[in-house]
Design a protein around this ligand. Structure first.
Ligand code: UT7
Length: 349
């Protein structure tokens, strides 16, 4: 990393977004859903694949097991399962969806977009569809985009899905990364709801200077799919673990504070915090710096590992369905991911 590059949080004040935009229409999350594949891969299973052990993985990450998609089960299939559950909870038909946004870095195909695959599987024929690429931050990027489209009156009902099949890009011989990731999908339906609670504030940021600390170098036009590139494992995920850890804590703390500042709330107003599920030690560091007990955080990485764009969406759905918050409660979602990207959102349920 060139010494001239400043830690990105020092440049965050340059963000053009200094104040929460005043939504002209209230945008609510009216349904959530999630899906994880059936197959469980435990730390003990991983010991047979790569040189690692349960004690190391548990103590360094908090992860005990993760889910792995079945043969032929793609990102769009997981996304569709999660979407159907969110739609069922929201009480809407596929024909009511105006826009489908899928956040993923493991699309079924470069094109058509995974959102178009989901549209076909749902039969949501009235929707426009596109994918967004913001790695683990993608779901909250999607929430912000949906919030903008609904509050400015372009659309009424939007399906946002975070879905990733990271097992398809993990290098299973690299113990630094193979133990961390899993597959899954989470979804939310957003809609205009007059005079009700909803998305209070959203915040997004990025710093491309840190792109190479967590990336997949191959597969795009820069390093196309060739036998040589595949042999060098350039089509797999590469990560500098320690650097990513550091940036994760700094960026999630900054994004959390930004969302609180924009919403005029303090941490004491929050019933529940839903963070990105990458490493329990990252969440503990965030809890300590925000001065909030860990018990107020929704944590499921012990069961699913890091599911990338799906992580915060699955955690939101689990928190919602297990009654961790009630109507009127404030929740904070906060994420970070490859790019670097980071994002946060305060929602009054
Ligand atoms: O969505 C965002 C994605 N990524 C993240 O958020 C990841 C952020 N980073 C992390 O979570 C942590 O840095 C890791 C879990 C990846 C690594 O933990 P660490 O405490 O930073 O370990 P380390 O990379 O400093 O490695 C410490 C030791 C090394 O051995 P030596 O050189 O000290 O002998 C590694 O080779 O642990 C070794 N090690 C392992 N040992 C057993 C690394 N991975 C493993 C493993 N099993 N799976």
């Amino acid at each position: 990393m060139p010494a001239s590059w400043k830690p990105f949080h020092k440049t965050m004040k340059k963000s053009p977004r200094t104040k929460a935009p005043k939504p002209t229409r209230t945008v609510s999350i009216i349904g959530t859903g999630s899906y994880v594949p059936e197959r469980i891969l435990t730390n003990a299973d991983l010991e047979k694949i790569v040189e690692t052990n349960d004690e190391w993985v548990t103590s360094r990450t908090g992860i005990k097991e993760r889910r792995i998609a079945a043969e032929g089960e793609h990102t769009s299939h997981m996304a569709t399962h999660a979407a159907k559950r969110a739609m069922e909870q929201a009480g809407i038909e596929a024909s009511e969806i105006d826009l489908i946004i899928v956040a993923t870095v493991t699309p079924d195909t470069f094109f058509p977009s995974t959102a178009c695959h989901v549209q076909r599987q749902l039969g949501a024929s009235n929707a426009a569809c596109f994918d967004i690429s913001a790695a683990c931050s993608g779901f909250l990027y999607g929430i912000e985009i949906a919030q903008q489209f609904i509050s400015n009156n372009t659309y009424n009902t939007i399906l946002v899905v975070g879905a990733d099949k990271l097992s398809s890009i993990v290098n299973w011989q690299d113990r630094n990364t193979a133990v961390l990731f899993g597959d899954g999908a989470g979804a939310a339906v957003l809609r205009y709801r007059a005079g009700s609670h909803g998305v209070i504030t959203t915040f997004m940021g990025s710093d491309g200077n840190y792109g190479d600390i967590l990336h997949m170098p191959g597969g795009g036009c820069a390093i196309p799919v060739t036998k040589e590139n595949i042999d060098q494992r350039l089509n797999t995920l590469h990560m500098s673990g320690r650097e990513t850890f550091k940036q994760a804590v700094v960026s999630m703390l900054a994004a959390a504070n930004k969302a609180l500042e924009q919403s005029g709330l303090t941490v004491n107003d929050l019933t529940c915090i839903i963070p990105h599920q990458a490493n329990l030690r990252i969440i503990e560091a965030l809890a300590e710096r925000l001065d909030v007990p860990l018990s107020r955080f929704q944590v499921n990485l012990d069961r699913y590992g890091n599911t990338s764009a799906a992580a915060v969406a699955i955690a939101l759905d689990e928190a919602n369905r297990t009654g961790r918050f009630e109507v009127g409660d404030y929740i904070l979602m906060v994420v970070f991911g490859g790019g670097l990207t980071y994002a946060s959102s305060v929602v009054q349920w």
